[in-house]
Design a protein around this ligand. Structure first.
Ligand code: NAD
Ligand code: DAU
Length: 342
């Protein structure tokens, strides 16, 4: 039986990966909603990290440390004095993990191990950010959704390293009594997402006069959630979640890829068939779907961004209005895809 937590009020948290897409959204969310909480961002600024994502945050609310989560000495320097770690840092892109898995094992598995050891040493709270991909995939015609009880069955190098990291958290919690929680979320969308990912790739392709690229027939289903809803859910779990528990995060946003792509094309004034089918992803998961009943009923969380089309429209507008944010990385990203035949 899990310990029932009292409400936890974090005063001084470390957010790993806080210069990435979802981590930076969480940092802004905390700064905007919780004036009592100070944030230290620990981020290695890999190809996916960008300090511009944290622009506008007052210096008395946030410190930035450029560093690697695998660096135990650095963790000894910065962890003391903090009361929680919220761990977002990861290699996050499936296609990259298929081309070169090694950085995924290092950051996602070894990095999580180093953080858990630091949490054990300094006795602080730990929230682990994970993904619905640890559960593998569902058939397209299966009415089932993932729940906290679904067995782990990851398909890709990326998802298997995330599954490994979840298991480390569970083992350290049981064996060493660490105070941890885990969340597994579905596909996020919104501003500041790297142009390698599906939605920003297609938007920025259209903005640069390139035809969008759809893997295979495009029937694979993803369960979309706005990244601000992910942030509010993580805060809810960090502050109200039961120690040792896993919570699934999702907002009933199931859509197949071809429908999302047609919606992007329509919203951007293009013919709905103006895209190319390209080589499918090896081992491509068919469908993800989240049952977030536990999070909703036990902790009272609800998403705010429930209209996908208006969220997508706002995301398109953001990329159209902020070319300086993505133009530098676009060419290198497309070069990488070209080498993979995608
Ligand atoms: P991202 O690739 O945009 O950002 C990752 C961040 O981690 C970057 O800022 C990068 O510099 C940093 N980082 C990478 N390796 C590091 C290391 N060794 N040390 C320190 N920092 C390092 O990723 P994202 O899409 O924002 O995903 C964030 C987290 O959320 C990941 O754990 C991912 O598995 C999880 N997640 C993502 C989604 C999604 O839809 N993108 C959904 C569910 C869960
Ligand atoms: O489910 C949560 C996961 O969602 C996170 O754990 C990952 O970090 C995140 O990257 C995301 O993984 P996906 O592989 O689902 O996301 P991606 O944006 O890469 O692809 C979404 C779908 O679109 C997938 O079915 C593959 C397809 N796709 C992707 C690209 C880049 C295309 O059809 N064309 C493309 O160009």
């Amino acid at each position: 039986m899990s310990e029932v937590s009292e409400v936890f009020t974090p005063r001084n948290i470390i957010v790993t990966g806080g210069a990435g897409f979802i981590g930076s959204n969480f940092v802004h969310w905390v700064v905007d909603h919780h004036p009592e909480t100070h944030v230290t961002v620990l981020d290695a600024l890999t190809y996916a990290g960008n300090l511009d994502n944290l622009a506008g945050i007052p210096s008395d609310r946030m410190d930035f440390v450029k560093g690697d989560i695998c660096d135990a000495e650095l963790l000894d320097e910065i962890v003391p004095g903090h009361d929680a770690i919220v761990h977002y840092a990861a290699e996050s892109h499936n296609d990259n993990s298929i081309a070169d898995p090694e950085p995924f094992v290092r950051t996602n598995v070894v990095g999580t191990f180093r953080l858990l050891e630091a949490v054990r040493k300094y006795g602080i709270r730990y929230h682990h950010i994970s993904t619905d991909e640890v559960y593998g995939d569902l058939a397209l015609d299966d009415p089932a959704k993932f729940t906290e009880e679904t067995p782990y069955h990851p398909s890709s190098p990326y998802s298997s390293t995330k599954a490994s990291s979840d298991l480390l958290v569970r083992a350290w919690t049981r064996t060493y009594g660490l105070r941890t929680t885990i969340s597994n979320c579905s596909n996020n969308y919104g501003p500041y997402q790297h142009v390698e990912k599906f939605i920003p790739r297609q938007i920025t392709n259209i903005l640069t006069g390139v035809r969008p690229k759809l893997y295979g027939a495009g029937l694979n289903v993803r369960d979309w959630i706005h990244t601000e809803d992910h942030s509010s859910a993580v805060w809810t779990i960090l502050t109200k979640g039961r120690i040792g528990e896993t919570y699934l995060i999702g907002a009933n946003g199931e859509r197949n890829n071809i429908d999302v792509l047609r919606m992007i094309l329509r919203l951007m004034g293009q013919p709905e068939d103006a895209f190319d089918h390209v080589k499918d992803r090896p081992g491509h998961d068919r469908r993800y779907a989240i049952d977030a009943t536990k999070l909703r009923t036990e902790l009272g969380w609800e998403p705010v961004h429930t209209d996908f089309e208006s969220g997508l429209k706002a995301t398109i507008d953001w990329y159209a209005n902020n070319p300086q944010w993505w133009e530098k990385t676009k060419a290198a990203t497309e070069e990488r895809y070209k080498r993979q035949g995608q």
